[in-house]
Design a protein around this ligand. Structure first.
Ligand code: ZN
Length: 246
């Protein structure tokens, strides 16, 4: 029996990550972290986030910002604020941290899940936001039953039943889903920059003995992170949007 902490889109927000680790650890704890891409980018403490993740047993896959910082993809594909934050992140990370980002795989099979940042078809860039896309995405997943993604910064759950019907499930703080109902594509939401109008950090817990995934939100000191973004000379909008949950 094991419990897995599932996080995505930490985005160099150590204050939010620490709030998640404390909250997830305070109930029944967890044995391993799954990080579904974008550990860095946008926020003020990339080294702190890499350090914190790697002190726990972890499985990480790469997101577009991780690869942008590592120089594996062209920053011309990013919006101006994101590219500026990637360049800033490159400057302050050490050789070991850059190597860690460069070596991240773009997918990982953790039965019964496939972990990818974007989608099974395009692990780095594709945003899965509609039921039709999810059906097509899951058809491409043959190595595992279910799929975990990040990238949209919004918690989400899609259930594809055996007859092909797809249901979009509403996901709130405390929502619990059973894995045996069909094939699921899940997004735990973003730790470091939620975009669903709720500024609280999002995460999920997979419990392999009960076969359930639960979704959670936890408040953190947004004003403190917003100030760190300003002090470090990162674009001010990146702090403002944290207050808005956008
Ligand atoms: Zn992201």
């Amino acid at each position: 029996m094991a419990r897995y902490l599932i996080v995505a889109d930490i985005h160099s927000n150590l204050v939010a990550l620490d709030a998640v680790l404390k909250d997830a650890g305070s109930v029944d704890g967890f044995e391993c972290m799954w990080v579904i891409g974008d550990m860095v980018g946008y926020g003020p403490d990339p080294a702190g986030c890499i350090s914190r993740v790697t002190t726990h047993p972890h499985v990480c896959v790469a997101g577009n910002h991780d690869l942008g910082v590592a120089g594996a993809i062209d920053l011309a594909s990013f919006n101006a604020d994101a590219a500026r934050a990637c360049l800033w992140t490159r400057k302050i990370l050490g050789v070991k941290e850059m190597e860690f980002l460069r070596m991240l795989p773009t997918e990982s099979v953790e039965p019964p899940f496939l972990l990818v940042h974007g989608s099974p078809r395009d692990p780095v860039w594709e945003y899965l936001t509609s039921a039709g896309q999810v059906v097509r995405a899951l058809q491409q997943v043959r190595v595992s039953t279910h799929c975990m993604v990040g990238h949209t910064h919004r918690p989400a759950a899609y259930l594809v039943r055996e007859d092909g019907r797809v249901e979009t499930q509403c996901v709130y703080d405390g929502t619990e889903l059973h894995l045996d109902d069909g094939r699921l594509l899940l997004n735990p939401g973003a730790v470091g920059q939620p975009r669903d109008g709720d500024p609280r950090a999002g995460y999920a817990i997979y419990n392999d003995s009960s076969g359930t995934v639960s979704f959670h939100r936890i408040a953190y000191d947004v004003a403190c992170v917003s100030e760190q973004i300003r002090v470090n000379g990162l674009p001010e909008w990146l702090g403002t949007r944290l207050h808005l949950g956008y």
